[in-house]
Design a protein around this ligand. Structure first.
Ligand SMILES: [Zn+2]
Length: 294
């Protein structure tokens, strides 16, 4: 990682839930997704641990979509002091309200039931967060349109934009432009990617840019990965050992779009060059981040 930039994985690494990735550029701290750990008890217990970063120290939260393993930790962070804006697309904004109020309700009901039956080790059993916390988190939301660059630092050199991921309503992957001295690098965070040619979703957006050696792509590797090579048009699929799923290379090998996809993208974007296999010299560092939904 270049000097002055750090990226820490606090979930969805070797497990499929709890997506939380902390990007720090200079003094600006940006959290990519704020997901809750779900599944076995040993994972759910991670939600109760003190966060590995001070919620109040965050400057921005960017969320890719409103599944609980990507936003379900927001009320907990809000309870613990999060004040930063939570940026998301307009549809993700609306869905977040349904999802977080429902998640809070479930937490409250579980605690109530545990107290009634007396099976909790804790007396009284408490919810991870309640409806008040969910409302506190919801008030932090800010709607961001697809494809529009959002300034994240004072000079406007750290920027991000949401691009359609075709996964659920309002889902996105996030492209960040990160200053590195006089230059910039790009970081792409996939969130969960959808599939092509599904009846109820737009296809995932392609990336037009030729990426460079120092650019970083974090890509979901558990599900929907059969479309990976088409979805983001990644290059040689090198995986950094020890992070995420190991079988990235076989899924992300360069593979151009089908003729049908070319026609569809050509029609919509006025050029047929999206999602093409990138130039032979392009190389990316690809870090796998796992996710759970289909
Ligand atoms: Zn999802």
């Amino acid at each position: 990682m270049p000097e002055g930039i750090s990226l820490a994985f606090h979930g969805a690494a070797r497990v499929v839930t709890g997506s939380k990735h902390l990007l720090q550029v200079g003094s600006t701290r940006v959290l990519l997704d704020a997901g809750m750990f779900q599944g076995p008890k040993r994972l759910r217990e991670l939600n109760w641990q003190e966060p590995p970063f001070a919620p109040r120290s965050l400057d921005h939260v960017l969320v890719t979509h409103s599944h609980i393993d990507h936003i379900g930790y927001l009320p907990r962070l809000a309870r613990l002091g999060l004040r930063a804006p939570v940026h998301c697309t307009p549809a993700a904004y609306e869905l977040a309200e349904l999802m977080l109020l429902d998640a809070a309700h479930i937490q409250e009901e579980d605690a109530r039931y545990a107290n009634k039956k007396g099976y909790s080790r804790h007396d009284p059993a408490l919810p991870l967060y309640d409806t008040k916390d969910a409302r506190r988190a919801l008030r932090l939301r800010k709607k961001q349109r697809y494809n529009q660059w959002l300034r994240l630092d004072r000079k406007g050199r750290l920027r991000a934009r949401f691009l359609n991921a075709g996964h659920i309503l309002g889902s996105s992957f996030i492209e960040l432009s990160v200053p590195l001295g006089e230059r910039e690098i790009r970081i792409v965070y996939s969130g969960d990617l959808g599939r092509f040619e599904m009846p109820l979703h737009l296809d995932p957006r392609g990336l037009r840019r030729s990426y460079r050696l120092e650019d970083i792509v974090l890509v979901a590797t558990i599900h929907d990965n059969h479309i990976g090579g088409r979805g983001l048009a990644l290059a040689d699929g090198r995986a950094r050992p020890g992070l995420g799923d190991a079988d990235i290379a076989s899924h992300l090998r360069p593979r151009g779009p089908s003729d049908k996809e070319k026609r569809r993208h050509g029609e919509r974007d006025g050029d047929g060059d999206l999602d093409q296999t990138p130039p032979a010299q392009a190389k990316h560092t690809i870090l796998g981040t796992n996710c759970s939904h289909r």
